[in-house]
Design a protein around this ligand. Structure first.
Ligand SMILES: [Cu+2]
Length: 116
């Protein structure tokens, strides 16, 4: 039992350290709000090979985007009301990656650009 607790503490600690370093590596933060009109902003840009943190915050119950799907990245996450949901990504291909609600009525797109 002690070992389990110890390894959990270790894991949390290394996660904290990792996030700290990621901060120095200039992780791009993009906040996307979900309101009655859908994703806002619905078009975002990230750089190929660079880490980005997408922070989704659903601000309304009048939406079917209670989840966000990013099929190209195998991401499917619940979006609880008013609770920021962080999705860490690092796209390795340039192009356009779509994100959407489960019924694909509300959509957004993420443009992955080549490094400058
Ligand atoms: Cu929908």
């Amino acid at each position: 039992m002690k070992r389990v607790i110890l390894s959990i503490v270790c894991l949390l600690w290394s996660t904290a350290l990792f996030n700290h370093h990621a901060g120095y590596a200039k992780t791009k933060d993009i906040t996307i709000t979900i309101n009655v009109d859908g994703f806002n902003p619905s078009k975002i840009t990230v750089e190929k090979g660079k880490a980005a943190r997408l922070v989704f915050i659903r601000k309304t119950d009048k939406t079917c985007a209670t989840k966000v799907l990013i099929p190209d990245l195998n991401i499917n996450r619940e979006l609880p009301l008013n609770k920021p949901v962080v999705i860490n990504i690092q796209p390795e291909k340039s192009g356009v990656i779509g994100f959407a609600c489960p019924m694909k009525m509300l959509k957004g797109e993420m443009r992955v650009t080549e490094k400058k």
